[in-house]
Design a protein around this ligand. Structure first.
Ligand code: GRF
Length: 190
C-alpha cells in the first residue's frame, strides 16, 4: 500500500475526490493533506475524511527541511498537488524525483504559468477564442506548469460557453481522470 500526500491551497474538491477514490482501493491511500493556508476549506474536508492535515508557512516551506522530514516520517511515497499555488522547492523535488504530479485546468502549454489558476485560466480560454480546453496532468519541476506531461483530456468550447461553464466541464474531467492517472503513476513505483 503506497501512501499519498496532497498539497492544496483552496477548496480541495480534487483532494477529496482523490481520497475517496483510493479509500476503496488497496493500492494506495491518501494519508496526509498539507496546505499553505490555515483558512483553506480543504482542511475541513481533511477533518471530515479523517485524514491528518498540516498547515505550513512560507519560511518553513522554502527555508527548512521540515516538510521533507514530515513526509519521510509519514512514509509518503507519492505527492499530489491539487490546486496548490506555490512553486515546489528543490529539497522536495529531490526527495520525490518524478513522484510529484500537478493538475492544471487547461491544455498546457496554453494558459499556464505564474498567476494562471482558477477562473483566470477559463477566462483566458474564452478571450482567446479557443475551440477546446481541458486538463493537463504533469510531473512537477522547479517552474510553474512546465514539467513533463503525463496526460491531457479535452472538452469542446463553444460560443455559448462562459468561464463558469468551461470550469464546470473541466472540473468533471478532473474528477474523472486525475485519480486514475495518479494510480497509473503509482503502479510504476513498484
Ligand atoms: C483545479 O481546477 C485544478 O485544476 C487547479 O486548481 C483547481 C483546484 O480545485 N490546479 P479544488 O481546490 O480541487 O476544488
Amino acid at each position: 500500500m503506497k501512501k499519498i500526500a496532497i498539497f492544496a491551497s483552496g477548496s480541495g474538491s480534487n483532494a477529496e475526490n482523490i481520497a475517496a477514490y483510493f479509500a476503496s482501493k488497496n493500492t494506495a491511500q491518501v494519508t496526509l493533506i498539507l496546505s499553505n493556508r490555515s483558512d483553506a476549506p480543504v482542511l475541513q474536508r481533511a477533518t471530515r475524511l479523517g485524514i491528518e492535515s498540516v498547515v505550513f508557512d512560507r519560511d518553513t516551506f522554502y527555508h527548512s527541511d521540515k516538510i521533507v522530514d514530515l513526509l519521510a516520517s509519514h512514509h509518503i511515497d507519492f505527492v499530489v498537488l491539487a490546486g496548490f499555488l506555490w512553486l515546489v522547492p528543490d529539497n522536495l523535488l529531490r526527495a520525490y524525483p518524478d513522484k510529484i504530479v500537478n493538475i492544471h485546468p487547461s491544455l498546457l502549454p496554453k494558459h499556464g504559468g505564474k498567476g494562471m489558476y482558477g477562473d483566470r485560466v477559463h477566462r483566458a480560454v474564452i478571450e482567446s477564442g479557443d475551440k477546446e480546453s481541458g486538463i493537463t496532468i504533469h510531473r512537477v519541476n522547479e517552474l510553474y506548469d512546465s514539467g513533463s506531461i503525463i496526460a491531457q483530456y479535452r472538452i469542446p468550447v463553444t460560443s455559448d460557453d462562459t468561464p463558469e461553464t468551461v470550469a464546470t466541464k473541466v472540473h468533471a474531467l478532473e474528477y474523472k481522470y486525475f485519480p486514475i492517472e495518479i494510480e497509473k503513476e503509482i503502479a510504476k513505483l513498484r
